[in-house]
Design a protein around this ligand. Structure first.
Ligand code: FE
Length: 199
């Protein structure tokens, strides 16, 4: 059992409070954005094991899962040049870039045929926050902006995202069921939250 270090535990207690307040999605996203912005403003709290890339594909390391399943926090570790497929989430999500930079390209999915890019890719530098959700735009493709270094971003989702049944959208068209799972190993157990010391 690994208790979440500060400032991660402070962030998680803040999200817990937002959830407990029973807010609607816009208010929840506003509060979550503020908390995530504070969390990624400093890049000195994530233990190295949770920022280690896999040479073959990007890693999604679960940092924390709300026991009630209302939210989850994931460290995305991008090796040089790594990229997701075009995918959706089906729940709200907030992305905060901790280290390096990401390119995020949004898409719209026509009734038939290939995903259609919505505008140019957006470059998210360290400290930047992006939002996805069925209500604000849910389909995107994310890449490491660098082909010679690692990038890391911290993602907060309104569900246990590794278990959510969602979809990837091949560039040739169509829709494939997708459950992402997590990439944790023995060196990267999810953290637990010490609620006894809640502020
Ligand atoms: Fe995504």
């Amino acid at each position: 059992m690994t208790v979440a270090p500060e400032p991660l535990s402070r962030f998680l207690r803040g999200v817990e409070q937002l959830q407990a307040a029973g807010l609607g999605e816009p208010e929840l996203l506003r509060g979550g954005r503020r908390l995530l912005g504070e969390l990624v403003a400093d890049d000195d709290w994530l233990p190295n094991a949770y920022a280690r890339p896999d040479p073959d594909r990007y890693r999604q390391i679960l940092l924390y899962r709300d026991p009630a399943g209302r939210f989850s926090l994931v460290s995305f570790v991008w090796g040089p040049g790594q990229s997701t497929p075009v995918h959706d989430h089906t729940v709200w999500g907030l992305v905060g870039v901790l280290r390096g930079a990401e390119l995020a390209q949004r898409f719209r999915i026509p009734d038939a045929g290939a995903p259609v890019p919505l505008g140019p890719p957006e470059r998210l530098e360290a400290g930047a926050i992006d939002v996805v959700s069925p209500s604000v735009g849910d389909v995107h493709q994310v890449s490491n902006a660098f082909d010679d270094r690692v990038s890391v971003s911290i993602h907060l989702y309104g569900a246990d995202i590794g278990e959510v049944r969602r979809a990837v959208y091949p560039l040739a068209g169509g829709r494939k069921p997708f459950v992402s799972g997590y990439s944790n190993d023995a060196a990267t157990p999810p953290f637990v939250l010490d609620l006894e010391h809640a502020a």
